[in-house]
Design a protein around this ligand. Structure first.
Ligand SMILES: Cc1cc2nc3c(=O)[nH]c(=O)nc-3n(C[C@H](O)[C@H](O)[C@H](O)COP(=O)(O)OP(=O)(O)OC[C@H]3O[C@@H](n4cnc5c(N)ncnc54)[C@H](O)[C@@H]3O)c2cc1C
Length: 431
């Protein structure tokens, strides 16, 4: 057992008071990892944990989850902790399941463009490994998270994506298969290492973006892409409407951009457009020149904001149709003016953006979110989900907005985690 600090002792007291048997938990690991009392940093979005388990094998994850669930514990998985405040706070967090002991790169089949990694492996380490073979996982996880050590499991659980989703789609589309441990300790595998696999229930896609509410991902296989040797950026800044129209024109063109990103800084009547072209040598230079001519811009350097989340006290994910992006940009400006807030909007011109919002109070924040939602004629054409928000501004805020298919989602939760032992309350509809 780790040495106990005063705060940790208080947590241990909590664990005992709650009737949790940490010794049995440690015994279940049978040497494949460790269990310790929680410390002051072992908190999930304001909810303190009582204990932390750090298994080092899939069998260890299975055994400790089975024991925790048998004891009626609520378990929350934690990777590097770069997005632990995303989603709603869990109702409880008796046990933090630290995945960083599962950090092996299991297999890299360079010839097949496939990598299999354990969930606790840092994505940057995975990239470094496959990079040696001239390959990459085009996940484009936000850079601040990547720099913070964002893990394979954490990126999957939050459905991470970035600029190059335009051409390569999102992590959800790059994951070929996963091994997942369910709350009762069952180890379930779906998908595989091959690109074409249609057998059975697609657990890998289900897990993507489920915020750890359905199972603990322990292993995942991803499709890789060869690194393209050359790249060029084309930049243009101008009035919101004009830049939105130009971005749409680039997406609709034959220029095959790898990414088309928009950045509207808070308080601005203008937005910047940055187009990434990838390929080889002269062909990239020629496409860059054509793109510059189309948008009336210039070939330049990668902008400092590229691949980063917009700043602000709260962060929301806003989606729109290709045509609806312009309305979203205008809605951000209008919401700012109406509520005395700062709203920075940044993301893909195909309609997956992030809004960084700093609002003077809970009412103003709710007003901004409602204003952004109103930009889409219906939830099918755009959604705004608040990913993270300071506790004092959460009151009365509808973080998810209108969501279809809740009954289906609840029945999946009931099937996979009937006792609600995995991060209950974190997902939409109290899932
Ligand atoms: C209880 C529960 C039940 C769930 N049930 C399901 C389920 O039945 N099915 C399921 O898939 N997930 C399910 N999920 C996962 C959850 O809904 C994911 O959040 C969802 O899949 C969205 O993932 P995302 O964040 O990657 O979304 P997004 O990033 O918005 O992407 C969603 C999909 O759209 C594609 N896409 C987006 N933009 C474009 C574009 N411009 N061009 C082409 N493709 C694009 C993406 O590549 C991706 O495949 C469930 C989760 C829970 C907790």
């Amino acid at each position: 057992m780790a040495a106990r600090t005063g705060a940790a002792a208080a947590h241990q007291g909590d664990a005992r008071a709650a009737g949790l048997d940490l010794t049995a938990l440690a015994r279940s690991l049978d040497g494949a990892g460790e269990v310790r009392e929680a410390g002051p940093d072992d908190v999930v979005d304001g909810v303190p944990a009582a204990a932390v388990a750090r298994p080092t094998t899939v069998e260890g994850v299975s055994a400790v989850l089975r024991e925790a669930t048998a004891q009626g514990m609520v378990t929350v998985a934690r990777g590097a902790g770069t997005a632990l405040t995303w989603g709603c706070p869990p109702e409880r967090a008796d046990l933090l399941l630290d995945t960083t002991g599962l950090d092996r790169l299991v297999e890299h089949e360079a010839g097949d463009l496939v990598v299999v990694a354990e969930a606790g492996l840092a994505l940057r380490d995975l990239q470094e490994h496959v990079g040696r073979a001239g390959q990459e996982l085009v996940a484009d996880v936000p850079r601040e998270r990547l720099e913070g050590g964002s893990t394979v499991g954490g990126a999957l659980a939050t459905g991470a994506s970035g600029p190059r989703r335009l051409q390569r789609l999102a992590l959800r589309d790059l994951v070929l298969g996963t091994t997942v441990v369910l709350a009762d300790g069952t180890v379930a595998t779906s998908g595989g290492k091959v690109v074409k696999n249609v057998a059975g229930y697609d657990l890998a896609k289900l897990m993507t973006g489920s915020f750890g509410t359905l199972g603990v991902v322990v292993r995942a296989a991803f499709r890789l892409h060869p690194v393209r040797p050359d790249r060029a950026f084309v930049l243009r800044t101008g009035p919101l409407e004009e830049v939105a129209d130009l971005a749409r024109a680039v997406v609709a063109s034959q220029l095959a951009p790898a990414a088309v990103e928009l950045d509207r800084p808070a308080g601005s009547d203008e937005a910047s457009l940055a187009v990434l072209l990838e390929g080889t040598g002269d062909a990239v230079a020629a496409r860059a020149a054509d793109t510059a001519a189309l948008v009336g811009g210039a070939v330049g350097e990668e902008p400092s904001w590229w691949g980063r989340l917009p700043g602000g006290d709260s962060l929301a994910k806003a989606t729109a149709t290709l045509v609806g992006v312009k309305d979203l940009l205008l809605a951000a400006r209008a919401a700012e003016q109406a509520h005395g807030a700062a709203v920075a909007l940044r993301g893909s011109a195909v309609g997956v953006l992030h809004a960084g919002v700093t609002a003077p109070g809970a009412g103003a924040l709710a007003g901004v979110v409602a204003g952004l939602r109103a930009a889409a004629p219906s939830p099918r054409e755009g959604t705004v989900t608040v990913l993270t928000v300071p506790a004092e501004l959460r009151e009365g805020l509808d973080v998810w907005g209108p969501v279809g298919g809740l009954d289906l989602m609840r029945s999946i939760k009931e099937r996979l985690d009937p006792g609600r032992n995995l991060a209950p309350g974190r997902f939409v509809g109290g899932i």
